[in-house]
Design a protein. Structure first.
Length: 299
């Protein structure tokens, strides 16, 4: 043990137990016995002179100090993993990038295109993590991020990939058939599906198009990701507002229809960026150049 620093095994046992809420599950993940994990954590508590867990019947619950320490240990373990991968990459054993991205953008736009990147650069592995809210790069072990914003994040080298341009309303043809004969005034009769991250989108759409906005519109279900919203619309649960580049493919296939040809302009864009105080690796530069070419292609 380095002076004042617990051994790595004890930290890994503590972090896994804290994350999983169980010594047994931590033991399974680390391929150790329950008693080995328990001894590691107990030894760590003794070393620190601080109780990290309280025992509530058969469960373990982090103390206030334990929760704070677990977050810090997790961050350093993730950074250690990232540094290890970086060393492997620089040694020529292989190259890898860890990219934070938005979930639906990843599944509908990025991942379908990654086969082309793999064909061009078979020695570079791209790993993806979901990041739905703004974050500081020092808090997450990612090399770069694709994010949605009105302007580039501060203290980053960022490029705009493409403008979002507009949100469009879509629903299933079966759902629209219920009110089609009544016209625009019947739209409030349809269940409106909302995005948690864009709570005012429907109100803005109605106001922009000068349609009457009624109170019951707010009562519709809320979803955290566009992928969930897509599934809900596909299941006939209601009408959703989507970025045009996501929805147009579904409209072309006949799965979705626009109930009215009215849109909501959006000023935000999708950016690719990484910290401006970090020298970009060759792999990161190649990925950035490839992203730019993909963004220029029609959706």
């Amino acid at each position: 043990m380095r002076k004042g620093v617990p051994n790595l095994g004890a930290l890994q046992a503590f972090e896994a137990s804290a994350r999983l809420g169980s010594f047994s599950r931590a033991a399974e993940e680390l391929s150790l016995t329950h008693s080995a994990v328990f001894r590691q954590v107990a030894g760590l508590e003794e070393r620190l002179g601080v109780s990290l867990f309280t025992r509530v019947r058969r469960r373990i619950v982090l103390t206030e100090h334990g929760a704070e320490y677990a977050a810090r240990v997790r961050h350093h373990l993730e950074q250690l993993q990232k540094d290890t991968f970086g060393l492997i990459s620089r040694a020529g054993i292989g190259r890898s990038l860890h990219i934070g991205t938005l979930p639906t953008l990843a599944t509908t736009w990025l991942i379908p295109r990654l086969a082309d990147f793999q064909r061009l650069y078979p020695d570079i592995d791209i790993s993806l993590s979901v990041k739905t809210a703004p974050f500081l790069f020092k808090d997450y072990p990612v090399d770069a991020a694709i994010y949605h914003a009105e302007q580039p994040w501060n203290n980053t080298h960022s490029i705009r990939l493409f403008y979002e341009q507009e949100l469009i309303p879509v629903c299933s043809s079966q759902l629209l058939a219920r009110v089609k004969s009544k016209g625009v005034k019947a739209l409030p009769e349809l269940t409106h599906l909302h995005m948690v991250t864009r709570p005012d989108a429907w109100m803005q759409w109605y106001e922009h198009n000068r349609y009457d906005y009624e109170a019951q519109i707010l009562a519709g279900p809320r979803y955290e990701e566009f992928s969930m919203l897509l599934a809900a619309v596909d299941a006939g649960l209601g009408m959703g507002l989507f970025p045009a580049f996501i929805a147009k493919g579904h409209i072309k296939s006949g799965r979705f229809v626009m109930p009215v040809p009215a849109v909501l302009p959006v000023e935000k864009s999708y950016y690719f960026g990484y910290p401006d105080d970090r020298k970009a690796s060759e792999a990161l530069n190649l990925f950035e150049q490839w992203l730019v070419t993909q963004a220029l292609q029609p959706a």
